[in-house]
Write a protein that binds this ligand. Structure first.
Ligand code: NAD
Ligand code: ZN
Length: 359
């Protein structure tokens, strides 16, 4: 069986395109209870962008702090319940922020039409009904959350996405102006998520001409942004990073991620380490699996003087390492892609513990 994926329905790309958000949301105004739900990264509270949000009096604008923790099932349920109680069902949910906010917008949009807790739907194709119209406006690029068919949530039992066709945004607005203010370390870590998506997508059994075409172009852009003569956080590179992120996401959609993401999920679930940062911590030690990619990654780290902590595992207990290894081991689709269908002959919980001990 070949994968059969749904893409974003509409995409607007270009500097200043955020100004078109108003006319875009108005096309949906008559849906449901005829108000908009804007979910906005708290960073923008009091900033110029907040004044440009095209909200009318009846609309709800929620600023959300994404620094304390990554999106949780409890958080999604609460947003849905509070908004439903006070205003009803929105015409559309609009997420303005990074991967965290975009995942919140995707998940909330699904939970307005699916009963019970979002915990019930963590997994593949468990969602029963299409969500409300949802729009993604990235303000930091790299995760590919703007294009992916998953909304990653941490629940009491698992860190797993609400993954189905209806998760994909109906519309995205890609305005490179919005990522200019990203702090340098996040610009690096989140951008590297794209780089790692491509390296992992390329190096595995599911790689194919379709995923390769996206990865090749995305990698080329990443190399220009992080390694080229004109590398660095410039307007021209921001234009490229937004496209690289989208293409990296598309590449892994048609292929799969691998060893780094398997380890990163373990770090995030057990220690709460953030996705892109966790990827960088793990990828730095995966030369056995991705030799060229890791070499290039290290050059980028040096070039941009990025601090990546070493010897973290010295402070972890054996129980924590085993717990992380178990989380990683339970991602068979990633190991299957990275190692092959006989991965269980080569990878064990113990061998994954060994990988964690390198960090
Ligand atoms: P984020 O949304 O967590 O934000 C990172 C930091 O950057 C925050 O402090 C935020 O306030 C700040 N920020 C965002 N935009 C800014 C701007 N323009 N200027 C200044 N600061 C800004 O970052 P992320 O790395 O994009 O997202 C990580 C999340 O994405 C994780 O929760 C992860 O699980 C999820 N994720 C989802 C997918 C998917 O396919 N759905 C893929 C990878 C990761
Ligand atoms: Zn990722």
């Amino acid at each position: 069986m070949h994968k059969n994926f749904k893409g974003i329905e509409k995409t607007v790309y270009g500097r200043g395109s955020f100004s078109q958000l108003g006319e875009i949301v108005e096309t949906q105004r008559n849906q449901n209870d005829k108000f908009m739900l804007f979910l906005v990264d708290n960073y923008f509270k009091g900033k110029e962008l907040a004044n440009r949000i095209p909200a009318k009096a009846e609309d709800v604008v929620m600023f959300i702090d994404v620094d304390q923790y990554e999106p949780t099932t409890e958080q999604i349920d609460k947003i849905r319940d509070d908004v439903k109680k006070s205003n009803g069902i929105p015409a559309a949910a609009i997420g303005i922020g990074g991967g965290s906010i975009m995942d919140i917008a995707k998940a909330v949009s699904l939970m307005f039409t699916n009963d019970g807790s979002s915990q019930l739907y963590q997994g593949l194709n468990l969602i029963k009904k299409p969500g409300i119209y949802h729009i993604g406006v990235p303000t930091i690029s790299g995760t590919g959350a703007e294009v992916s068919m998953t909304a990653v949530l941490t629940g009491p039992e698992k860190k797993l996405g609400l993954k189905c066709e209806w998760t994909v945004f109906n519309q995205v607005v890609l305005d490179p102006d919005l990522i200019a203010s990203v702090p340098r370390n996040w610009w690096f870590y989140t951008g590297m998520d794209t780089y790692i998506h491509c390296i992992e997508s390329e190096n595995g059994t599911l790689n194919n001409a379709y995923s390769h075409a996206y990865a090749e172009q995305s990698l080329k852009l990443c190399q220009e942004i992080y390694l080229g003569d004109k590398s660095g956080q410039t307007a021209e590179n921001d234009d490229k990073l937004m496209v690289a992120s989208l293409m990296g996401g598309l590449s892994l959609t048609y292929s799969e991620v691998g060893v780094c993401h398997a380890l990163s999920y373990g770090l995030s679930k057990i220690l709460g380490t953030r996705h892109c940062y966790a990827n960088c911590i793990a990828f730095n030690h995966l030369e056995d699996f991705y030799s060229e990619g890791v070499k290039e990654f290290k050059t980028m780290i040096t070039k941009h003087k990025i601090d990546l902590p070493q010897r973290l595992s010295k402070n972890w207990t054996d129980a924590q390492i085993t717990a992380m290894a178990k989380v990683s081991y339970n991602l068979p689709h990633m190991w299957n892609h990275a190692i092959g269908t006989d991965w269980k002959d080569k990878i064990t919980v113990e061998s994954i513990e060994g990988l964690f001990r390198r960090l």
